[in-house]
Design a binder for this molecule. Structure first.
Ligand code: ADP
Length: 530
């Protein structure tokens, strides 16, 4: 294979020498040379800067100036083309000066042969390529480091933002729960409270979706797998999440749970999220009086769950992009329903994390849609642990009162939570700072610590570590930060659970009852005790 021709800039003010150099270059068999000759120092500088030469041969004598100055000026002007200086006098000092100025090589013109010239040109070009490659790699490394830093900053920003957005939502939702439980709340007020709750819940969902998307994009979303009964999950999703939408629109729901194998090894909360999203969408995009049809079946070690509706349908051109983040089929139609277009992207990623697949089908606008997910099944006796049984409620009047140490510096949240917990029969001791919590703990025996992570004089993590040195503590962390790192930090500090704000009070109660029924945890290791 022949080599690509080499473009040479020859800066030489003596025409005879130029002819000699040309002659030598012609003697070289390969590569071929395209020679661009100039006798002028400044024209040479311009050409080397602006034109795309592979190598430059510069004579030492250039009128009033010399080749060393040429090399120095070219390098100062940012030129990276390798320059070989042709010297005539065999003066060692000139050779050194040329190299110091940045020349790639120097050759004595009087003893020059074709092979020496070829060797020098090849060597200079090769050196230049290696250097360019090194610089490119360094630049790529720097760009990657910069992008990673920007990503970290974005994650941090999202985490802080979601924390700030969640905190007031918690107080709002808890106060609403109180309002709903008050005997004197009128039906009208109850109705208004429901509207507020629905919208606050929506807000919390959007925050969660944004965080999920960030985790998925960074490959940081982790599944907490256990044996999950898909049929049971479908029931939960219809009852708990979608009941209101389905009822208010009078949708007829049919469930044909035909799959004989319906257990998967998955994360129940995440699978619930997928089913909830798909059923919620089907209800959302179907007109009142419409139908939803949920079916399951088995195929080759998999369970297929399809959710069909007879709603607005999806245009053929929108179908291939329907699972992309921020994608909404027809904004003019779907805008009226709200949403950011994140739900399906998250569903697909979650299903794929479970080793499954998600697909969408529709015969066109106005002709309904079918979303199908497929998951690998496992045998139901894969583990003996059952799923779905909620711990018994603590509303049993004969039980001993459970003492809760509640540490929360957001006054409205603390007051609302204390009210709700007291109503359920818990004895609540409130502290807004770490120092107060430690003081209460010194005099009062409590069963469970519920603590915010961010406290004005320290952190919930420090608090549980200090308390655990005195005696074993069952703890529930509350935080607006819900990234995996946050959960891990809580767990390693000694909390049994980490709940993200806004706190779902029912979930909090379930967690409390579970912790109470568990054996007392071990005390912190002796060497950390003071
Ligand atoms: P959004 O929050 O906008 O509903 P999703 O990711 O859940 O976000 O859905 C993206 C888009 O997919 C919706 O805006 C809608 O255009 C379309 N879509 C989803 N489910 C259905 C369905 N059952 N029928 C018709 N269109 C749907």
């Amino acid at each position: 294979m022949s080599e690509a021709p080499v473009r040479i800039l020859l800066v030489e003010d003596d025409e005879d020498d130029m002819v000699l150099t040309r002659q030598l270059l012609r003697e070289i068999e390969s590569p071929a040379f395209i020679i661009d000759w100039t006798e002028d120092f400044n024209v040479g500088l311009r050409k080397i800067r602006e034109e795309n030469h592979d190598v430059c041969l510069a004579d030492y004598h250039l009128g009033a100036q010399n080749g060393v100055e040429f090399v120095r000026t070219a390098v100062e002007q940012g030129c990276t083309v390798p320059i070989i200086l042709l010297t005539g006098q065999g003066d060692h000092a000139v050779d050194i000066a040329a190299m110091n100025a940045g020349a790639a090589d120097f050759l004595n013109k009087r003893q020059l042969t074709a092979s020496a010239l070829e060797r020098s040109i090849r060597y200079s070009i090769q050196q230049h390529r290696a250097e360019a490659q090194r610089i490119r790699l360094l630049r790529e490394q720097a760009a990657r480091a910069e992008a990673e830093a920007a990503n970290r900053a974005k994650d941090q920003f999202l985490a802080v933002l979601s924390h700030e957005l969640r905190t007031p939502l918690t107080a709002m939702l808890l106060t609403l729960t109180t309002l709903e439980m008050e005997a004197e709340t009128t039906p009208k007020m109850r109705e208004l409270a429901t509207v507020i709750r629905r919208n606050a819940d929506l807000e919390a969902r959007l925050i969660d979706d944004l965080l999920d998307l960030t985790r998925i994009a960074r490959g940081k979303l982790e599944l907490r797998r256990e044996l999950v009964d898909v049929h049971e999950q479908i029931g939960f999703a219809i009852r708990t999440c979608c009941g209101s939408d389905i009822d208010s629109k009078g949708l007829a729901v049919t469930v044909n749970a035909a799959a004989r194998k319906h257990h998967v090894w998955g994360d129940p909360a995440r699978l619930q999220q997928v089913l909830w999203n798909l059923i919620k969408n089907a209800a959302k995009f179907t007109a009142p009086g419409g139908t939803l049809d949920i079916q399951t079946s088995n195929e080759e070690g998999r369970i297929q769950i399809s959710i069909s509706d007879n709603g607005i349908g999806i245009a053929p051109e929108a179908l291939p992009k329907i699972f992309n983040a921020f994608e909404q089929a027809d904004r003019s139609i779907t805008r009226q329903f709200g949403g950011l277009g994140l739900g399906l992207a998250i569903c697909k990623a979650l299903v794929e994390l479970h080793g499954g697949r998600a697909k969408a089908a529709s015969e066109g606008l106005g002709r309904g849609a079918t979303f199908t997910i497929e998951l690998p099944v496992v045998s139901a006796d894969f583990t003996t642990r059952g799923t779905g049984d909620l711990p018994e409620t603590l509303a049993d009047p004969n039980r001993q009162p459970v003492h809760i140490l509640l540490v929360e510096d957001h006054a409205d949240t603390a007051a609302a939570m204390a009210r709700l917990l007291s109503r359920r029969g818990y004895r609540v001791h409130i502290a807004s700072r770490m120092v107060d919590a430690l003081q209460i703990a010194a005099h009062t025996a409590f069963d469970i610590l519920i603590s915010d992570i961010g406290l004005p004089d320290g952190s919930g993590l420090e608090l549980i570590r200090t308390l655990s040195q005195r005696r074993p503590v069952r703890g529930i962390a509350l935080s607006g930060f819900g990234m995996d790192e946050d959960l891990e930090r809580s767990r390693s500090a000694g909390f049994s659970e980490h709940l993200t704000k806004p706190i779902d009070f029912n979930r909090l109660e379930v967690v409390i009852s579970r912790l109470i029924s568990e054996p007392t945890p071990a005390a912190a290791p002796a060497e950390v005790a003071k």
